[in-house]
Design a protein around this ligand. Structure first.
Ligand code: AP5
Ligand code: MG
Length: 223
């Protein structure tokens, strides 16, 4: 099964994607994480993407499609995967539709108001080593600035600065929202209220997935 997580910056795509991965075993593929890894490793692609990401704009489709095509071709994606942050515009949505990997598909659109998005992004911290996502207000680490899982240091993402957050939200409204409206018309689209605590949001997601997985198992379709 292919699970597509939609939602504005800070809505909880990464957090819920990790929980889906841990619970159902579908690998979470985040284009943001793949791009940040390329930036860190100073690859050709990373060098091209870095400035754009720090400004809050979208990276060119060709680069994102290159990076995601390579990732989805790996063996662990054969039985399904969770997409976090892809697709982000109509061009990318068409690319995904053109893929012939026969997965049944569920779209989960996490919604949250702007005030909460800004608050969550401003208080987010990420483990510099394993990528675990924290929040100083609701999911603080046991020791200050230290990852509970691997004990590496926590960082504040470069694009979580107030001016860049504002730009990312504008880009979402302008470039991603029209694509979300396109997905909304599909039968497999589900709106998820993101303003509850992490566990309650995940419970709602699990209720949707329970029904969708049963449907596809019953019809014998490829998961
Ligand atoms: P990307 O990394 O995808 O960032 P984003 O979409 O802006 O989303 P975020 O990762 O900021 O938020 P999230 O929804 O994952 O929330 P999280 O779970 O962390 O993209 C970054 C950049 O890469 C883009 O700007 C662009 O330049 C480029 N890029 C990526 N994909 C691209 C593409 N397809 N095309 C072109 N360019 C692309 O949660 C946020 C915080 O809230 C955390 O602190 C968390 O602990 C907390 N939290 C989560 N859930 C809850 C809850 N229920 N209650 C309270 N707190 C919560
Ligand atoms: Mg994320």
């Amino acid at each position: 099964m292919r699970i597509i997580l939609l939602g504005p910056p800070g809505s909880g795509k990464g957090t819920q994607g990790n929980l889906i991965e841990q619970t159902y075993g579908f690998p979470k593929i985040s284009t943001g994480d793949l791009l940040r890894e390329a930036v860190q490793k100073e690859t050709r692609l990373g060098k091209e993407a870095e400035e754009v990401m720090n400004s809050g704009e979208l990276v060119k489709d060709e680069l994102v499609i290159e990076i995601i095509t390579e990732r989805l071709a790996r063996k662990d994606c054969q039985k399904g995967y969770v997409l976090d942050g892809f697709p982000r515009n109509m061009n990318q949505a068409h690319m995904l539709e053109g893929m012939k990997d026969q997965h049944s598909e569920v779209v989960l659109d996490i919604r949250l108001n702007e005030e909460n998005l800004i608050q969550r992004l401003s208080s987010r911290r990420i483990c510099s080593h394993c990528g675990t996502i924290y929040n100083l207000l609701v999911k603080a680490p046991g020791l200050p600035d230290t990852c509970d899982v691997c004990h590496a240091g926590l960082v504040h993402r470069d694009d979580d600065q107030p001016e860049v957050i504002k730009e990312r939200l504008r880009v979402y409204e302008e470039e991603t929202k029209p694509m979300v409206e396109y997905f909304q018309k599909k039968e497999n689209y589900h709106k998820i209220e993101g303003d509850k605590d992490i566990e309650s949001v995940f419970q709602n997601i699990q209720s949707v997935l329970r029904v969708e997985l049963a449907k596809f198992n019953h019809s014998g379709a490829v998961q």
